[in-house]
Design a protein around this ligand. Structure first.
Ligand code: ZN
Length: 519
């Protein structure tokens, strides 16, 4: 899951250029034909390539990968049993298709990865703006050139990375942007009729000829352009400024959309919807483990200089935040909460730990819950609030999400633990405020005052031989967990404390928070 431009940014991290897997015979530099005559005598024979469409090509290469049991979308996780088999069917069916999903579900990244199913290179007529097939050019200029130059017609080779064109749909996108415009200057200069193909200034779609054309957020495209697209897909011709233009393009058109926008009445013209062969629904990771694996893969956590350790329970908290957010009624579910939230959050958590290491002049750092709170600026922009949420404010919502994520994670590790001695220490009137410096040695000394606290860090996988930072992070997590479960209190001024107990009835406190309630 998304780099470039795509402002709605569907991919999760920097888009890596499509992996170059040299195809047999197609990557021998220098051995490639340079003219139409040489092409005819080569393995790219007219019989084989004159009528092979981009959809045939995708199908052929996909079948080869399937037979070789190759991974189809390396780096895309969690879609093996759902999205990927459906895309495979769409490509085998030679369908134009649409990915329907909420933000941050790797839609754009999947579309970009489709270039991996193209040949490494294909021959095109040199200088042609729409990558014409030398055997079957569709533009008038190339047809004229074949007549005059014959087998001497020069050939260029187009790599698959250059055969992908992407456009984010917005209401101000015009027919000229997507399909083209008649260029009166060109017409005047060449002495052509305005309706002549030679006067067309091509838009993005013709420039994607013999490749892939991706339109993100299709419902934002005006009805007029949807009609234009449909005409190209169906009839291979279109009207530009009232002039009929014949453009039998060879292109696979793929789209993305938010599911609710797409199904909303009147957003997509019916004949276009009818021509989109498959609707494929993307989704968020189904399990916490899957989410953690994606976040781990996509986030930048290995920093140079300082060794930053991220305990597993911190990773779980970060991932749990987004699971909580997707369920939260105060957050707009229609737009979803992107997988970019835990990715940016984790990166910020690591940076907060890194900053502490540098400031405290320590060689390494272990991420703590405090670092997750410091990462709030990486979260607040990644969810849209409902009215109730807006009243509460994004930052407060983020704090509450962290607290409930800590609570859930805490339950997983401590459902069977008896932490009453710690609670009692606070109930006896003791308080604990951790030093603002964050220095590991200071924190150890402070946390050791809490009776029995370090007896419980073993449940988090901490052992005696671990470095001090690991112990500090674990002890802090235990206190945060008790606070998340409302067994102790916490405030800015006082740190951790407890209201004096009214009845000496330890069971009472526990019954408010029954064990295993989340299991
Ligand atoms: Zn051409």
């Amino acid at each position: 899951m998304t780099f470039s431009e795509s402002s709605h940014g569907d991919s999760l991290v920097t888009y890596e250029a499509a992996r170059r897997t040299p195809e047999k015979g197609l990557d021998k530099m220098g051995a490639r034909p340079g003219t139409l005559g040489e092409l005819r005598k080569s393995e790219w024979s007219e019989a084989k390539f004159a009528h092979r469409t981009v959809k045939d090509e995708l199908r052929e290469n996909l079948l080869r990968k399937l037979r070789a049991d190759e991974e189809l979308f390396p780096g895309i996780r969690g879609y093996d049993d759902t999205v990927i088999p459906q895309i495979t069917n769409a490509l085998l069916s030679r369908h134009h298709f649409i990915l329907l999903g909420l933000r941050g579900q790797a839609k754009t990244r999947i579309l970009r990865d489709l270039v991996n199913f193209l040949d490494a290179e294909i021959p095109v007529v040199t200088g042609c703006e729409i990558n014409d097939n030398p055997y079957r050019p569709i533009c008038r200029a190339c047809r004229d050139r074949i007549k005059s130059e014959g087998d001497a017609l020069p050939i260029d080779w187009l790599s698959r990375e250059r055969r992908y064109v992407e456009k984010l749909a917005t209401p101000d996108v015009t027919i000229a942007d997507i399909i083209g415009d008649v260029d009166p200057i060109r017409a005047a200069r060449g002495g052509h009729d305005l309706a002549d193909e030679l006067t067309i200034h091509y838009g993005l779609l013709p420039r994607a000829n013999r490749g892939l054309f991706a339109i993100n957020e299709l419902p934002d495209l005006s009805g007029k352009i949807q009609v234009g697209l449909f005409n190209i897909m169906q009839e291979g011709d279109v009207q530009v400024k009232g002039y009929p233009v014949r453009l039998p393009l060879d292109v696979l058109i793929v789209f993305t959309a938010n599911p609710e926008d797409y199904t909303a009445r009147g957003k997509i013209i019916t004949p276009l919807k009818d021509r989109i062969g498959s609707e494929i629904r993307t989704h968020y990771p189904a399990t916490l483990e899957e989410g953690i694996a994606i976040t781990l893969q996509e986030s930048w956590t290995h920093r140079d200089g300082y060794a930053i350790e991220i305990p597993s329970y911190i990773r779980e908290v970060v991932e749990e935040i987004v699971f909580q957010a997707r369920e939260d009624k105060r957050i707009d579910r229609r737009s979803g909460v992107s997988q970019r939230l835990p990715i940016s959050c984790l990166e910020n958590v690591v940076s907060s730990a890194e900053q502490r290491a540098v400031r405290c002049d320590e060689k390494s750092a272990v991420a703590r819950i405090a670092d997750v709170y410091n990462a709030i600026p990486s979260m607040t922009g990644k969810f849209e609030l409902e009215y109730e949420g807006e009243l509460r404010g994004a930052e407060n919502i983020a704090r509450e999400l962290i607290r409930s994520a800590v609570g859930k994670t805490f339950t997983r590790y401590f459902s069977d633990a008896n932490l009453q001695s710690i609670v009692q220490w606070f109930e006896g009137g003791s308080e604990l405020k951790l030093a603002a410096s964050g220095k590991t040695a200071e924190h150890i000394a402070e946390l050791k005052k809490v009776e029995g606290l370090f007896d419980h860090t073993a449940a988090l996988g901490v052992s005696a031989k671990d470095e001090a930072g690991i112990h500090v992070a674990a002890a802090e997590f235990v206190l945060e967990g008790l606070w998340a479960h409302k067994r102790i209190s916490r405030s800015e001024e006082r740190g951790f404390f407890a209201e004096p107990r009214k009845m000496p009835e330890p069971r009472e406190t526990q019954s408010r928070m029954p064990r295993r309630q989340f299991n």
